[in-house]
Design a protein around this ligand. Structure first.
Ligand code: OAD
Length: 232
């Protein structure tokens, strides 16, 4: 079977009712990114940051995977599929995708404030534990922090992602403005022979010598078209 690698972003979950970041009215319009998505913001006001992610986490209980997430799982019948997502929600997994790499962390997990990527202290929360409070501690005695890769932090999963991208026969970009690195830089590892697709209702500027097949549609309609075109 051919290797098909997806790079998804916030637009993938838009039809589930989760806001994107950079569209008008997006999350970064309402919450300053420096406040809620940087280590400095967390140091300055941990309670506010913990509350912000508690709200995002609780939203997971009210949303469902959309048709796009579901159609992606159908591709697994025809290809070896790896989903590399910038999203911190769990909608790919809930739809049934079996191989998902989260580049920017996961809302359902918490970790140590001192040593965030030490797997020893990373903990998956059950829904009844979604409300983390100041004073809830990781096993190393530090405050439990959201398991999110903030701006200015390293992206530990990027090396694994590069391995899969460089072996992709088909590479599909869905719902990302390709503004955030190193995620957007994954395109540089796609082979010249690969078949490359981009699904987004808006124009996305990408800096690449590759020929890209554009499907100017939302995720569920766009992935339905992709399925038709790949699995004729
Ligand atoms: P953006 O908000 O930058 O981009 C969202 C993209 O989704 C845009 O290109 C939209 O046109 C597109 N879009 C909107 N509705 C869509 C739909 N129904 N179907 C398909 N596409 C749609 O989000 P990302 O590129 O994911 O990081 O942002 C990357 C990272 O920046 C995020 O992971 C987050 C953010 O800051 C962290 O929080 C660390």
């Amino acid at each position: 079977m051919k290797n098909l690698v997806v790079l998804s972003g916030a637009g993938m979950s838009a039809e589930s009712g989760i806001s994107t970041f950079r569209d008008a009215g997006g999350l970064w319009d309402t919450y300053p990114v420096e406040q809620v998505a940087t280590p400095e913001g967390y140091k300055r006001d941990p309670a506010l940051v913990i509350r912000f992610y508690n709200e995002r986490r609780k939203q997971l209980l009210d949303v469902k995977p959309n048709g796009g997430h579901e159609l992606l799982t159908k591709l697994e019948k025809h290809f070896n599929v790896t989903v590399i997502t910038q999203n911190v929600d769990n909608l790919h997994e809930r739809a049934g995708s079996t191989h998902v790499i989260h580049l920017h962390g996961e809302l359902t997990k918490v970790c140590s404030s001192k040593d965030p990527y030490n797997p020893h202290y990373i903990k998956e929360l059950k829904p009844e534990e979604y409300d983390v409070e100041l004073g809830d501690l990781a096993a190393d005695g530090s405050q439990l922090r959201p398991f999110i890769v903030w701006f200015g932090e390293a992206v530990p999963q990027i090396e694994t992602a590069i391995q899969f991208v460089s072996k992709a026969d088909i590479f599909v970009i869905i719902g990302t403005s390709m503004n955030v690195y190193p995620a957007a830089g994954l395109l540089n590892y796609v082979s010249r022979e690969a078949d490359v697709w981009l699904i987004d209702p808006k124009e996305v500027r990408v800096d690449s010598f590759l020929k890209i097949n554009i499907i100017r549609k939302g995720a569920s309609e766009g992935i339905a078209e992709l399925l038709l075109r790949l699995c004729k």
